[in-house]
Design a binder for this molecule. Structure first.
Ligand code: NAD
Length: 247
């Protein structure tokens, strides 16, 4: 597991022969941008236990708790900029070499980097959603002053547009379209443990396709990946993109 040039060349050669390559990203791609993952010691989950703050039932019974978690989340994410790995993926897509990005991240950094076909399966942090009337609107500065912002139309507490535990993941129809048409997935900065997204790389492998993994450490997926580039995504992903695009 390294980024030696012959391995990069072999991975790039495989990529060039693949059908409509796609990418799956997770929290690790944004760590170098200043957004820590939630699982590490001191991460958000150690301050706000998901079962106590991050479920749909909690939002419905005690929205103030879910809002506490969201406020901490927003503080962590707001103002952060995409990193070299996000830009490298946007460039691959703009050069017609990447069909889309499936992301578990809610930080909107892929879109900020210029990626177009971004499937945010766990939602995003920049909008609020009314579960009663379906209204979806951008977060406003005044939302930071109210304890729980409510819907102007029906007065129901607004829910941050992020997927809570017990909620369905989003965009799975589009994800399925990408999955049907590809035989290669770049898996970047994810422990690949959160279902149903975690099963996507395994489906590629089952149909004889290729996984190219980028992570700082080994994961449960590593033994099944054809290529693994160990190191920070901000280094390894642009290196791979340069090998692919030449120059
Ligand atoms: P995870 O925390 O389970 O795994 C993160 C992975 O990234 C780990 O395998 C880690 O080794 C790797 N990693 C850490 N730093 C890296 C780096 N610099 N370069 C490459 N890899 C690196 O994250 P997950 O698999 O995305 O699942 C966690 C859930 O939490 C997701 O559902 C996601 O929605 C949410 N989350 C989102 C954000 C965000 O939007 N930026 C941040 C934290 C958590």
């Amino acid at each position: 597991m390294n980024t030696h040039s012959h391995t990069l060349q072999a991975a790039a050669a495989r990529y060039k022969s693949a059908r409509n390559p796609v990418t799956l990203t997770g929290a690790g791609i944004s760590v170098e941008c200043g957004i820590p993952d939630f699982r590490s010691p001191g991460g958000l989950w150690s301050q706000f236990a998901p079962e106590e703050y991050g479920t749909l039932s909690v939002f419905l019974s005690d929205p103030a708790k879910a809002w506490k978690l969201y406020r901490a989340l927003e503080q962590t994410i707001a103002g952060k900029k995409p990193g070299p790995a996000h830009f490298a993926l946007a460039e691959l897509e703009s050069r017609g070499k990447l069909a889309g990005v499936i992301t578990q991240n809610i930080d909107c950094l892929h879109t900020a980097a210029g990626s177009q076909n971004v499937l945010e399966v766990h939602g995003e942090y920049q909008h609020l959603h009314c579960l009663t009337c379906g209204d979806l609107r951008p977060v406003r500065p005044s939302d930071r002053e109210e304890e729980i912002p409510t819907c102007q139309k029906c007065d129901f507490p607004l829910k941050p547009n992020v997927v809570l535990f017990e909620e369905w993941v989003r965009k799975m129809d589009h994800v399925e379209e990408l999955m049907e048409n590809t035989d290669l997935m770049l898996v970047i900065g994810t422990s690949a443990q959160v279902f149903p997204v975690a099963e996507l790389p395994h489906r590629i492998i089952e149909k004889g396709g290729t996984i190219i993994e980028f992570n700082v450490e080994s994961t449960l997926l590593t033994p099944a990946a054809e290529f693994c580039f160990q190191g920070e995504a901000g280094h390894t992903v642009p290196l791979f993109a340069r090998e692919l695009l030449g120059g």
